[in-house]
Write a new protein. Sequence first.
Length: 235
Amino acid sequence: MAEIRIQKYLADCGVCSRRAAETAIAAGLVTVNGIPAQIGQKIDPAIHLVCYAGKPVLQNQAQKHYVLLNKPRGIVCTAKDEKGRTPVTDLVKIDGARLYPVGRLDMDSDGLLLLTDDGDFANRLTHPRHEIPKIYEVTFRQVPTERQIELLSSPMELDGYPLLPVGVRVLAPDKLEMTLWEGRNRQIRRMCEIAGLKIARLSRVAVGEVRLGDLPAGKWRHLTNDEVQYLLKGK
């Protein structure tokens, strides 16, 4: 069998995305035939035994899974939590599948979250050049002023980084729709803090044309083939 880079192998086996694989390799969690792996190392699955956190990683030829979950507040976007909080993977159980979240949605936020065991799919969706927006509904503890709304849609910086323009639309006196074309850490919460606004609820309702709809909190569904292809194309 042809050799492949170890990051791709881990992603193809549904262990994690390629980026997460690099982090795991750097942390010494990945070995090849008992020897710590190196980022970019090529392996032949037919003759090399790859282990992640001490457990063998074997190729899985089974069908990949693509899931849309309505994440409730209070759930963390990890496969395991050292603080004993409920991880998002506890909400989605598919026999034989090891799912992990695509991107993040902070513990205090709710709404649409994608999970998969397809590392390439996850890698493409989290790449900075991926051009599908994420749409949120933000409810505030007070009614935003016109100046505050204008500020949210104006050029802004976080940590010295100029943000891409954010789409802002009024849904109700105390509720806005915000459309992001990038995903800086806790971006909406930090933007609203700069604008002097306190958030009561932050919900992701769509990723491009893939919408949460009326899916109840804590429930999930498989993405359709059309939705998967749409997300992969990026536009």
